[in-house]
Structures are given as C-alpha cells and as structure tokens.
Design a protein around this ligand. Structure first.
Ligand code: NCD
Length: 326
C-alpha cells in the first residue's frame, strides 16, 4: 500500500482543515485525469469492486448527482444512494445519527459513506461511529469541503492561477457553508489572498473565522455593496440568502427584508474586469439575473462540472492506494 504517495487513502474527508497545498495539488492532478477520462467518454475501473453509500438528509441537486455519477464513472456497480434520509430513514422514529451510520455500514457492507446533514458536527459523529471513511458532502452551516475543492479547481481552470487574487464573496456569509470552507482553502493556496466580504451586517461572516483568516495572512475586508468590490474582483462568488436557517430560527421577517438585497445584473457586470469570473455554488434564487448567464465570465455552470471531476478524484483517492498510477 503506497500510503505515502496518496494522503487520502482510507481517510475521512470531513474538513478543509485536513488539507495542505500539496494535498490540494494531489487532488487537482487526479481531477485532471478524471476530466480527460470523462471528456473522452472512457469510464475508469478504480471502484470496480467497491461499494459506495450516499446518505443525504438535506435537499441537493448537484452534490448528490455528481457523487452518484462520480462513483459510476469510476466503475462502481454497487451504489446505495438515499436522498431524503430526513423523511424516509428511521431518523423519523428518533434513531440517532450514530446508529443510522452503524446500520448502513452493516446492511450494505459499504466501503465509504458520503454524508450530507444539517448538523454542524454530523461528519465528526459519523466518523466516530463508522469503520469506513466518511466524506462530508455538507455539514450544517459549517463546512462543505468537497465544494470548496471544486470551487478552487474551477478558479485554477478558469483563471490559470491561484496566487495574487482578489476574491469577493457576496450574500449570506453567516449561514452559507461554502464560503466558509472556500475562504480557508484560498488562504492555503495563497496566504496573502485578498478576500472582500460583501454582506448586510446581519449576514456577515462570523468574527472568529474572519480573525483566523487574518491571522493566516489573508487581507480580509468587509463591504455592504457589490458596487464597492466589483471593479477589482478577479472572482465574484455569489451566494443565496439561506431561507431554511431563518425559518428554523424564527427570523422570517429578517429574511423577507434581506432576500432581494443583492442582484447581479448586466449593468453591474459592465463595471467588472474583462478577465474575471462569476461563481455561485447554486442553487440561485434571484441573486444572479438570468441575463448574466450569456456573459462569458459567468462560470457557475462550468463550475458544476468541476464537481464531477473533484468527487471522482476524492473517491478514487479514498478507496485505492495509488490512483495516479492508473
Ligand atoms: C450549497 C450547499 O448545500 O451548501 N449547495 C451546493 O452544495 N452546491 C449552497 C446552498 O445551498 O446555497
């Protein structure tokens, strides 16, 4: 087993805190191989004799379909993919997450569990109770590490570099998990990265994270309007206002006041640099006007394809000792 060459082999992947720049580069080079295979229509065989379980307790379009597709593109023939766990599993009867994880492991003989769950600590709980690796496909308001990797990979592919960038993050930076994970990855790629945080005061990124980013060397500034950042941004990362968390916390009045706060449209895009990209983890609600979709700088649809390649890379790395050799 060449564990040295592949730092992801048989490991949980639950937080961006587990990554380093060399580890990111390792996944990116694997993702390049995956991209070539998919673009040439050549399915791989990495997961030929493996079993993959995908358990989602929150809605998903892209993360669910790309993990499922990633397993199949890697030749996996036993995929147990269960969306709607919150409604259809014994969670409804009061079963704990720990017991559900143990149960799925026993009933499926899976080699890995991919988990999306509304609780911040869900992946840690799963990892403590599973013998197989856990991949975090979104945990509460805290982390979305596979999304952050695919976002960074998109930036690399679109702009050809990860250094000296000015990245503006816009929208719900309080509840959104993708921006929190991406901000941390950006500082791993370039400790001096400029991160402009654009949010109403009530939805700004939590102070402890902002302080951590600054301690790592990042130049982090807070703004209220897209106009304040758009002329300088290399990456404009839009996010939706996360209705479900306002609902949970009885804050629908606040949601209704904030929901149309930011809308990226053509007049705003006219102020942006020629070489820049607009990203969004999606789903969008109304924060990017459809007229922007035709702008070549709109990278959010291409961004989704990076998700397939990155998730293929992560699955192959977790379940085979030397995926780069094949
Ligand atoms: C995001 C998520 O689930 O955190 N979606 C995704 O995985 N692409 C963003 C969101 O729901 O707003």
């Amino acid at each position: 087993m060449n564990k040295k060459g592949n730092p992801f082999f048989w490991q949980d992947f639950i937080s961006v805190g587990q990554l380093s720049f060399p580890k990111i580069k390792y996944i990116f080079s694997l993702a390049d191989r995956m991209s070539a295979a998919v673009e040439n229509g050549q399915a791989r065989r990495d997961l030929k004799n493996k079993t993959v379980a995908i358990l989602f307790y929150q809605p998903s379009t892209r993360t669910f379909s790309s993990f499922l597709s990633a397993a199949l593109w890697l030749g996996c023939r036993r995929v147990i993919a269960i969306p709607g766990m919150q409604a259809y599993s014994s969670a409804v009867k009061g079963e704990s997450l720990a017991d559900t994880i143990r149960s799925i492991e026993q009933t499926t003989a899976t080699n890995i569990i991919i988990l999306r769950h509304p609780q911040d600590s869900s992946s840690e709980i799963a990892a403590a109770n599973a013998r197989v690796p856990i991949i975090n496909a979104g945990s509460g308001k805290k982390e979305h590490p596979t999304q952050a990797l695919l976002d960074l990979y998109t930036i690399q592919r679109e702009l050809g570099q990860l250094k000296k960038l000015r990245v503006a993050m816009v929208g719900d930076l309080k509840y959104g998990r993708t921006v929190k994970s991406l901000a941390q990855l950006l500082t791993l790629a370039d400790p001096q990265v400029h991160i402009d945080l654009v949010a109403p005061a009530a939805l700004q990124m939590p102070d402890n994270l902002v302080m951590r980013l600054r301690r790592q060397g990042a130049q982090v500034k807070k703004y209220a309007k897209i106009e304040d950042v758009i002329t300088k941004a290399d990456v404009l990362y839009m996010t939706r206002i996360q209705r479900e968390w306002f609902e949970k916390e009885g804050q629908m009045g606040l949601y209704n006041r904030l929901k149309g706060f930011y809308v990226l449209n053509r007049p705003l895009m006219r102020k942006a640099k020629k070489k820049m990209i607009v990203m969004h983890p999606l789903p969008r609600v109304n924060e990017i006007a459809p007229e922007v979709d035709r702008d070549p700088r709109a990278a959010y649809f291409r961004q989704m394809r990076s998700g397939l390649y990155i998730r293929m890379a992560l699955l192959a790395a977790a379940l085979t000792p030397s995926p780069l050799a094949s």
